[in-house]
Design a protein around this ligand. Sequence first.
Ligand SMILES: [Zn+2]
Ligand SMILES: [Zn+2]
Length: 141
Amino acid sequence: MLRGADLRVTRPRLAVLHAVHGNPHANTDSIIGAVRDDLGEVSHQAVYDVLRALTAAGLVRRIEPAGSVARYEARVGDNHHHVVCRSCGAIADVDCAVGYTPCLTAADDSGYDILEAEVIYWGRCPECQSTSETGEKDRRV
Ligand SMILES: [Zn+2]
Ligand SMILES: [Zn+2]
């Protein structure tokens, strides 16, 4: 992947790519944790720099839902969307509603060359739903 993107293959780059593949939608802190498990001590700055290079090369996609820190994922190039849990911040992938990137066909593009459509669905994840249901039952008792 790195060679395909004309990036020099370095151990930090491999480790960061590996971490992003293994932890979809991970934030920088958990990526740093995973990279350190792999390589030992690595500076925050080194990981930030690698993430920036990988994002610029299109190997990694950066998403930043409102109120959340930046998250990274290796699923690139399909313009999928995300559903974010309002309670705990969990994130899951949501495919485009119909076919391949139909959202890129804006009803009125105002003359812009549209490159990306970003849709974020906000809700509550199954885990948080079941926790609050239990909570309500407890209160009734
Ligand atoms: Zn949740
Ligand atoms: Zn995703």
